[in-house]
Structures are given as structure tokens and as C-alpha cells.
Design a protein around this ligand. Sequence first.
Ligand code: NAD
Length: 344
Amino acid sequence: MIKVGINGYGTIGKRVAEAVTLQDDMEIVGIVKTKPTYEIRGALDAGFPVFASTKAKIPFFEKKGIKVSGVTEDLVEISDVIIDCTPGKLGVNNMAMYQNHGTKAIWQGGEKHDPIGVSFNALTNYQSSINQDYVRVVSCNTTGLARTLYPLENRYGIDNVQAVMVRRSGDPKDSDRGPLNSIEPVLNVPSHHGPDVQTVIEGINIQTMAVKVPTTIMHVHCIIAELNSEPNTDEIISMWESTPRVNLLEGFIESEGNKIRNLPGTAEIMELARDSLYTRGDLNQIAVWKDGVHAFGKKLYYYQAIHQESDVIPENIDAIRAMFNLESDNMKSINKTNKALRIN
Ligand code: NAD
């Protein structure tokens, strides 16, 4: 059993912790919190040992009656791997601490590729992380782009990709985020998403733009991929149907001779996830609208939606397996993780 510690117990950290408990080859040995706020509830209910981020913080936990098992360094010492889920750009500062204790570490997409050196997506480049000590699981948007572009690259070859990310402004719990009533473009072009895809699909020619919109539940990508030969949309849909962690959905369906709304937008897609009793109502798969897939000549147009809180969770599990070489075949790890998390 690989001993896993979670540093940073927010949106991503708590989900990774829960996913680890569902695997038979790894276990949680503790989680780090900075403050005894409401988000500690799940850790206490699951019986995860709680570590304070610093010694000075311990009394705040004790005042709330929460038993503290030590500080971050104590957790690093007893862990085989730390999943660093602290806020973006902070996590990389912990590298020296992990190195000092000889503990492997996985960071998230808020960190840059360079200081870590290896970026991970289970479908596209699992092998690069085998036996590595430090790995970064790419962001939710990059994970989504990688999952649908990789099969296209393999089957047709990609000449270039132009994509616009319509991004949620914050997670549902982030009441301090915005914009509340505005649409904000990312004025740097290309946005960081395109270059980030190149860290997991080497050499892909992709440029991206992004806008932030007042919603909390999903991102939507509008993608134009120019392929090396003319695509057949039926073939592409069936290819994606057999791609793990990609879900083909219908925006509109025929009923009594009429076209009716089925899953026209992200609100309905997340309601479907809740109806399907996925953990927390999450959707680990990338949702692609079947009826939004179109081809003109060599250009393929499609839309996909990303559940930002959860698509990277199974990727963290697979990254652990690669780093400890528990499984050398990416599809075997993906299938094992999917089965444990009930991802179909
Ligand atoms: P979050 O703000 O929900 O959680 C971060 C947690 O880390 C918070 O509980 C915070 O209190 C804690 N923290 C802050 N400083 C700390 C420290 N010094 N030591 C220990 N804990 C500390 O953030 P998140 O959304 O879970 O993001 C974590 C990482 O995952 C970031 O790199 C982010 O870019 C990436 N990511 C986020 C999403 C998303 O949509 N939320 C999706 C994919 C990847």
C-alpha cells in the first residue's frame, strides 16, 4: 500500500483523498489544513489524521476539539508521496521540503511545468512519469483538451488546433470570486492552455484564447481542429465513445417528431451527474456534445464541457501508480481507477 499524504485540503485535495480511499493499492496517512474551517468535516468523518500547516496553528485546531497529529513536515516524513493541492503557484515552494524527506510529490495544474519537469495525463503520456519523483497533473482545461485531441492526433494527425475556453469564474464554494456580472477576456494570446497541452502531447500545434464568465459549474471549450485528412464525424464520435473518461451527450433529441431540449447546456449536464449518483455529483468525464460535432473539409468543429472540480481526480490516482511503477500499462491503470471510482 502506497502511503499518500494530502497537502492542501480544498476542492482538489479532498476529492483526491476520497478517491485514494477507494483504491486497493494506496491509503491516506494524513491531510494538512491551515485552519479548522468547515472543509475539515470530510477528513474528520473519514478518520484521516489531521496535520496543521505550522506549529503556530495547532492551538486553533485544539480549541475546536480537533486532534492534531503533527505539522506538514511530519506528514511528509511518513508519506511515500504527497499530493500537493495547495493554491496554484504556492505548491512549488514545497519542493525542497519534499526533497529533504525523500518523499515523492505530485502537484496540480496551477503550477508551471518547468520547475517540476514532468507533466502528466494518463491517456497521452503515462509512460513519462514511470518511476519519477516529481510530477505535475495538468489543469482541468488541459486534461479536457488532451483527452479529446489525442485520439484525433492518433487517427488523422493534427495540423493545427484553435480553441476558445469559456471558463467558469470560480468553484461553487468560492463566493469571493468573480466576475459576477461581466465577461472578462484573457488579453494575453495565446492563453496558457495551448502551451500547456504541449507538455502532455508533444509537438501539437495549438493556440488558445479564454474568457471568464459568471458561472460556477463548468468550463466550455469551442474547438476547431484542422486535421491532416478529411474527418468522418460518425467515426470520430465512435472513437470518442471508446475513449476513457470522455462522455458523448446529446444536446437535443427527437420526440414525437419534435426536436426537444435534452442536455443543451452545463446546468443540465451537472444535473445528470447528480442524478447518476456520481461521488459528490461530480463528473470526472469530459462531456462532448454529439450533435455539436461538425466537419467542413479537413476542419473538425466541436464543443466540450469540463467539470473543473473533478476531471483531474482520476489522473492523480494514475500518476501515483506510474510514479511507483505499480502498473506500467496506462490503460490497465485507467481501467482500474475508473472501476474503483465507478467512472463509465
Ligand atoms: P482550494 O483553494 O480549493 O484549496 C487549496 C487549499 O490549500 C485550501 O484549503 C487552502 O486553505 C490550503 N492551503 C493554502 N496554503 C496552504 C499551505 N501553506 N499549506 C497547506 N494548505 C494550504 O484550491 P483548489 O481549487 O483545490 O486548487 C488546488 C490546485 O489544483 C491548484 O494548483 C489549482 O490550480 C489546481 N486545480 C484546481 C481546479 C479547480 O477547478 N478548482 C481544477 C484543476 C486543478
